[in-house]
Design a protein around this ligand. Structure first.
Ligand code: G3P
Ligand code: MG
Length: 385
C-alpha cells in the first residue's frame, strides 16, 4: 500500500500500527530475544521509508507496576517503553477498585502485587501473607520468611469480609495460596474460618489471564495461571460437588482486554501524532497522516503536555483508526485468538520463538507465521509500502 506523498522527505507516522505480546516474542524468561531490539528500532523510524510506526504492548504477564515493568523493558530492549503504551494482564482490573473495598491479591514476589493494587486505587489490600501472619495453621506446611512476616499486616481476619480474590500474577506458593482461595470461595461472605451452607457465598475470583502454559528459557513450556485456575476449579468441585462459577478472566483472548487495548492504541497514536508542534495534514482517503515536523519522531517521548489538550482533542477528531494493527504473538490460544476475533483490521502474526512449536498445527490459525519478531516487522512494513 502506498503512503501519501505530500511531504516525502519528512518523517511520517504510519497509518498502520503494531501490538506486541512480550513473553516468547520480545523476551524469554531472563533472556531478551536477540532480534527484538532491532525490530523496535525499525518501527521507531530506522527504516528506508523514513516512517515511524506506533506500537503498544499487550502482555498477559504481570506482578509489578506498569512503571517498573516498562523501565525493565526499556533497559532490555534499548528503546523507551512507557506505561501509556503498555497493558499487563491485570491492568484493566484497575476498574474494579471502585467496586470492592477489601480484596485479596494473590501472586508475584513479596509485596509487589499489593503495591500494584494500591497503584490502581484499591483501598484495602490483603495478601496471603497477612492471613498466614494472623493464623499460621491456615496452611500448616508453609512458614513465612522473616521478610514476609515483617511485611505482612497484622489484623483479625475473623472480622474481615474479603469481597473479591484477585489473582494478579503467577502464584509462588501454590499449596498455601490454593488453601486460602478455596476456603474463601466456600466461606460465608469472604470471612476466614467460616463456611457457607452450599459453599456458594464466598467472593468472586478474578484472574489476570488464563494462559495454561507460557514460554520461559527452559526448553519446554511451563504451566501458568490458567493451570492454577484448572486446579482450583477441580478442588472446588471435589469439595462441594458443584461447579465453580464465580470466575472472571481478564487478559488475552478476552474481549474486555481487547477493548482496553484498542483504547490504549488509539490514545497512543493520538499522542504520537499530537507531539508535533507543526500542523499536519490528513490523506483524503483517510488512510494515513503526514506531518510537517522537521525532527525525527520518537513515539516514546510523544506525551501530550498540559495545555496542549485542546489541540490534542482537535487532532483526535480527525484521527482515523489504524488501517491495520499487526499483532505479534507466540501463543495461538491467547494471542492469535485475540487478534483474530474482534476486529478485521487486526492482522495476527505467529512467531516461532515461544509457546508455538514449529511444525505443529496451531489451534487458532494466524494470518501469517514468521520465524521471529524482526521478520514479522519486516514482513508488515514491506506489505504496507
Ligand atoms: O504467564 C503467562 C505470561 O507470562 C504470558 O505473557 O507476554 O506472552 O502474554 P505474554
Ligand atoms: Mg507470549
Amino acid at each position: 500500500m502506498e503512503e501519501p506523498q505530500h511531504i516525502i522527505d519528512k518523517p511520517r507516522i504510519a497509518s498502520y500500527a503494531f501490538a506486541f505480546d512480550i513473553d516468547g516474542v520480545l523476551v524469554k524468561g531472563s533472556e531478551t530475544i536477540p532480534e527484538a531490539p532491532e525490530a523496535l528500532r525499525i518501527l521507531n523510524g530506522d527504516n528506508k521509508y523514513n516512517i515511524t510506526v506506533p506500537y503498544i504492548f499487550v502482555t498477559n504477564g504481570g506482578g509489578k507496576t506498569e512503571k517498573l515493568r516498562c523501565e525493565d523493558l526499556s533497559d532490555r530492549l534499548g528503546v523507551p517503553v512507557l506505561p501509556e503504551q503498555f497493558i499487563q494482564g491485570h491492568t484493566p482490573m484497575k476498574d474494579l477498585a471502585e467496586k470492592f473495598n477489601t480484596v485479596l491479591v494473590v501472586g508475584g514476589v513479596g509485596e509487589a502485587c499489593r503495591n500494584v493494587a494500591h497503584s490502581y486505587g484499591f483501598r484495602d489490600v490483603v495478601t496471603p501473607g497477612d492471613i498466614l501472619k494472623w493464623n499460621p495453621h491456615v496452611s500448616p506446611y508453609r512458614t513465612l520468611s522473616e521478610d514476609e512476616y515483617n511485611n505482612s499486616k497484622e489484623r483479625d481476619f475473623s472480622k474481615v469480609a474479603i469481597e473479591a480474590i484477585l489473582v494478579f500474577a503467577d502464584s509462588r506458593e501454590w499449596a498455601s495460596d490454593q488453601q486460602i482461595i478455596l476456603e474463601l470461595l466456600m466461606s460465608k461472605n469472604g470471612v476466614m474460618g467460616t463456611t457457607s451452607e452450599n459453599h456458594d457465598e464466598g467472593p468472586p475470583i478474578y484472574f489476570a489471564h488464563n494462559d495454561f502454559v507460557w514460554s520461559t528459557n527452559y526448553k519446554l513450556n511451563r504451566i501458568g495461571m490458567g493451570a492454577l485456575l484448572v486446579s482450583i476449579s477441580a478442588l472446588y468441585q471435589e469439595h462441594t460437588g458443584r461447579q465453580l462459577d464465580k470466575v472472571i478472566k481478564f487478559g488475552k483472548p478476552n474481549q474486555e482486554t481487547f477493548a482496553y487495548a484498542s483504547k490504549v492504541l488509539t490514545d497512543w497514536r493520538q499522542q504520537s501524532y499530537g507531539s508535533f508542534s507543526d500542523r499536519h495534514t490528513t490523506d483524503e482517503s483517510d488512510s494515513a497522516l503526514t506531518t510537517t515536523a522537521a525532527t525525527t519522531p520518537n513515539s516514546a517521548n510523544n506525551i501530550v503536555l498540559e495545555g496542549e489538550e485542546s489541540e490534542a482533542e482537535e487532532i483526535k477528531e480527525y484521527l482515523p483508526s489504524a488501517s491495520t494493527v499487526y499483532f505479534v504473538g507466540d501463543t495461538p490460544e491467547s494471542d492469535i485468538r485475540f487478534a483474530n476475533t474482534f476486529d478485521k483490521r487486526w492482522h495476527s502474526i505467529l512467531v516461532k520463538t515461544g509457546v508455538y512449536q514449529d511444525g505443529t498445527e496451531p489451534t487458532f490459525k494466524p494470518k501469517t507465521i514468521c520465524s521471529n519478531v524482526l521478520e514479522a516487522v519486516k514482513f508488515a512494513i514491506e506489505r504496507e509500502h
